[in-house]
Design a protein around this ligand. Structure first.
Ligand SMILES: [Fe+2]
Ligand SMILES: [Fe+2]
Length: 136
């Protein structure tokens, strides 16, 4: 699996959120690298913990900003975040019980969810901020 290379088109127009997205991408790339070296992912693994930690902090901060600037689709956005956190909890529980979770399946989910979310859902608030001349 290839690492994620940051592109300018991933920018959501808010420096702090771009920085958080980049940090998360780096954490995901670390997981991808572990997978490439044939290492298995466990929930105790520091790369997994770091990724989850950054993801939680980021999702909460993003929601805080969306509320603060009255983003109209906040509910749908929060629901997506919640769905992700629920899936991550499920994945963590499976890793917990040493259930068969392939490293590839695990990384694939994390990689795709995150990139799809940035490029589709996060872009919606970018448009809203731009249209309403909100600069953060
Ligand atoms: Fe985001
Ligand atoms: Fe988001």
């Amino acid at each position: 699996m290839k690492p994620i290379i940051w592109k300018d088109e991933y920018s959501v127009g808010v420096k702090k959120l771009d920085d958080q997205h980049l940090k998360l991408i780096n954490a995901i790339n670390e997981l991808i690298e572990l997978g490439a070296h044939g290492e298995t992912i466990s929930k105790e693994h520091s790369a997994f913990q770091a990724m989850l930690h950054f993801a939680r902090g980021h999702l909460h901060y993003e929601e805080f900003l969306l509320k603060k600037y009255h983003f109209p689709d906040i509910q749908a956005h929060q629901d997506e975040h919640l769905e992700y956190l629920n899936k991550m909890e499920e994945l963590t529980a499976r890793l917990d019980h040493s259930e068969a979770v392939s490293t590839e399946e695990c990384i694939n989910f994390i990689r795709h969810w995150f990139m799809d979310h940035i490029l589709v859902e996060d872009m919606k608030y970018k448009k809203y901020f731009e249209e309403n001349n909100i600069s953060i």
